[in-house]
Design a protein around this ligand. Structure first.
Ligand code: NAD
Length: 494
């Protein structure tokens, strides 16, 4: 190890970091990263934790136990390897549970091209994706409601939007970034994504020195794939951010290179963007760079800038010298190395700087990744109950909407009128089209009769009348107006 590095590293105070190696390639890339950390920052100690498959097998259905909660709370940082999540059934995602348990609201995913050393279509790409990390469809609230229909709730809150959007602008300001782009699908989801976009526009006005714009997520993702240099910082809801950052990481060079941090008020978690790669696990083929760069983000977060700078520059130098793992092996590679040999190559270069790629110099001042964000005071608004959507499981009379609508009209009074019935969001009653596909899941919208002031008791009475008439309600949604503004979507075709 170089004499240039050691004095700075030794001066750093002792700090313990919680570490979970995870599943699949997790143990081998974690081993490689800890090897480099131990050399670059001897002041660091590691508390090993078990999360993921082994925790499930030990009977912890969340994929982690109380010890993990205590250790992460105590040390305030977790360096985590990837976790295998069963698809389509079984346990819930540990990653999502950890992010939500610890209130890690911001997921930061820098995607950088290392041209010409790692093949990329986009030399000069340097994009940071700020993904909302706690809300959206990742609330994981799903139900089977009828034989044919399942649902997933997409939850978006104003404080959640404010926190992530402000984080993105604060990040841009602190890091000298020039533009923040918001991506949503608010042409379709006018309430949920519409709120995210509206909050973005409000907060953008507080940062006049930073340019801001908005794109619909589908064209935004396409542009990210073909022309990522038009983006600088992108802020987006949870699901879009997950997909967009994989696209960005892959077109930058390799998903195996992309790091991420998950930032909360009290603690932070650092992990690679990629998953547990079971196809190459245990073969010393995995690229440890994603987790290593995540560890660099962790060091910066902890104010250990000297070690972060040393590791990052040694890593760049290793890339430049063409010592590459299989996933990035290409025309500029000199020698293909395995996971552990790559780590040794980085260790050997600690104290060296890259020759061609610009070197990194993290400022010495303590630079927590979590800016202190001021919460806007909650605004209470006048809330008026205007009606109720009752979702029915109904599969009779050849699914003829009139055969459902007529009896419901009779049941509705005297407080309500049946305004419409939809099937998967499309109006089928009154005056539906024969061609519209119909499932066994019907949304029946009852609105208050003119001049009637509704209370929840009116809704309970309506539900009782429906049950007595043999209709099975599987879900209800109250229809409110806030300060006179309708707080529910129109039906397609309404
Ligand atoms: P993946 O990222 O694990 O693998 C996708 C492809 O990229 C594979 O071909 C793999 O070999 C390759 N790859 C990934 N990381 C690499 C690395 N470091 N070096 C070289 N090649 C690498 O995605 P997947 O196959 O969709 O998911 C596998 C499992 O990982 C699933 O159970 C999924 O739920 C989980 N996952 C976990 C996380 C996480 O823990 N944060 C993130 C994504 C996926």
């Amino acid at each position: 190890m170089s004499a240039q590095l050691k004095p700075a590293a030794v001066l750093l105070p002792a700090k313990t970091v919680a570490v979970a190696e995870g599943d699949g390639i997790g143990p081998e890339i974690t081993r490689a990263v800890l090897r480099i950390l131990a050399e670059a920052d001897p002041g660091l100690a590691f508390q090993p934790l078990t999360v993921g498959l082994q925790a499930y097998l030990a009977g912890h259905s969340a994929g982690f136990d109380r010890r993990v909660i205590d250790a992460v709370t105590e040390h305030a940082v977790l360096l985590k390897g990837p976790i295998t999540t069963p698809q389509g059934g079984g346990y819930k995602s540990v990653n999502v549970s950890l992010r939500k348990t610890f209130g890690l609201y911001a997921n930061l995913r820098p995607c950088v091209a290392y041209h010409p050393f790692v093949a990329t279509h986009h030399p000069g790409m340097d994009v940071v994706i700020v993904r909302e990390n706690e809300e959206d469809t990742y609330a994981g609230i799903e139900h089977q409601q009828t034989d044919e229909v399942v649902q997933c709730l997409k939850l978006v809150s104003r404080p959640g939007c404010e926190r992530i959007v402000r984080y993105a602008f604060e990040y841009a300001r602190r890091h000298g970034r020039r533009k923040v782009t918001c991506m949503t699908k608010d042409n379709i989801m006018k309430l949920t994504d519409g709120l995210f976009h509206r909050v973005f526009d409000e907060i953008a006005r507080e940062y006049p020195e930073i340019a801001s714009d908005h794109m619909i997520i589908d064209i935004g993702t396409a542009k990210m794939a073909v022309d990522p240099r038009r983006f600088d910082v992108v802020v987006t809801p949870n699901l879009y951010g997950d997909i967009l950052s994989d696209v960005a990481a892959e077109v930058a060079g390799s998903i195996g290179l992309a790091p991420s941090s998950n930032i909360g008020r009290h603690c932070a978690m650092f992990e690679a963007v990629h998953g547990s790669a079971p196809d190459i696990a245990g073969r010393d083929l995995a690229n440890p760079s994603g987790l290593l760069l995540s560890a660099v983000m962790m060091l910066v977060h902890l104010g250990r800038a000297g070690a972060a700078t040393a590791i990052h520059n040694a890593w760049l130098r290793t890339l430049e010298e063409g010592l590459h793992t299989a996933d990035i092996f290409g025309p500029h590679s000199r020698r293909q190395v395995g996971t552990q040999a790559f780590a040794e190559a980085v260790v050997t270069r600690l104290g060296q700087r890259p020759r061609d790629i610009p070197a990194v110099d993290y400022p010495e001042r303590t630079m927590s990744s979590a800016p202190v964000l001021l919460e806007a005071a909650a605004v209470s608004r006048e809330k008026t109950l205007e009606g109720v959507d009752v979702f029915l499981h109904w599969d009779q009379a050849e699914r003829n909407p009139d055969a459902l609508g007529h009896p419901l009209q009779a049941i509705a009074g005297p407080d309500f009128r049946l305004a419409l019935i939809t099937n998967r969001g499309v109006k089928v009653y009154p005056s539906g089209l024969q061609q519209t596909t119909r499932t066994d899941h019907w949304r029946c919208r009852f609105q208050s009769v003119e001049g009637r002031r509704l209370t929840p008791s009116h809704i309970a009475a309506l539900l009782l009348r429906m049950a007595e008439a043999g209709f099975e309600a599987v879900k209800t949604e109250n229809l409110y107006a806030f300060d006179g503004v309708r707080g529910y979507s129109q039906a397609q075709g309404e």
